[in-house]
Ligand binder design. Structure first.
Ligand SMILES: [Cu+2]
Length: 182
């Protein structure tokens, strides 16, 4: 009986560790950081995208005023030419989370006339894994997370950073594992 209990505890601990590892690897990124998804101020979404390393399972959040913008997933050709006529998917809520489920490039643009041409477009490349990814630039620390939480001009307040979500889930998993092991 003692052996069975030990095995069960080991299994629970292993499961908890595996879950923690899975949670820790999934991040949430707000497109454009504090600027959100906009055309005002000519945000450089190319620079934003290349300053991050996106992995499978990560989420990108588009935050914007839905009266003025939307989000379309488009092909590479449509991305390059700002063709808004045949999106593969369209989001319009103003606070849209998109889970990156495939590797390679994910092309998004705003479908409002003129906005894509004005720079409201982003090419998000998802690398296959952390080990094999050629990361030209190290992932920067989330500078915005440490400074004062300035109110977002057009954001929903519930937009969370991946770090805080992972920390919250990790904490609850740890307490769960602790409860089972006791
Ligand atoms: Cu727009």
């Amino acid at each position: 009986m003692v052996g069975g209990g030990a095995a069960r505890r080991a299994a629970v601990a292993a499961l908890a560790a595996a879950m923690l590892a899975g949670v820790a690897s999934a991040a949430v990124y707000e497109v454009g950081d504090k600027m959100g998804w906009t055309i005002l101020g000519s945000p450089n979404y190319t620079a934003w995208a290349t300053s991050h390393t996106f992995h499978l399972g990560d989420t990108v959040v588009f935050t914007y005023n839905k009266q003025f913008h939307n989000v379309m997933a488009v092909s590479k050709a449509s991305y390059k030419s700002c063709d808004t006529s045949k999106p593969m998917a369209t989001w319009t809520t103003g606070n849209d989370s998109v889970v990156l489920k495939t590797t390679g490039h994910h092309y998004f643009l705003c479908g409002i006339p003129g906005h894509c041409a004005g720079g409201q477009k982003v090419d998000i490349r998802v690398v296959s894994s952390a080990a094999s990814s050629p990361a030209p630039t190290p992932e920067p620390s989330r500078g915005g997370a440490t400074s004062a939480p300035a109110p977002h001009p057009n954001a929903a307040p519930e937009a969370l950073t991946g770090r805080s979500v992972a920390a919250t889930v990790a904490a609850s998993l740890l307490s769960l594992a602790a409860a089972v092991l006791v």
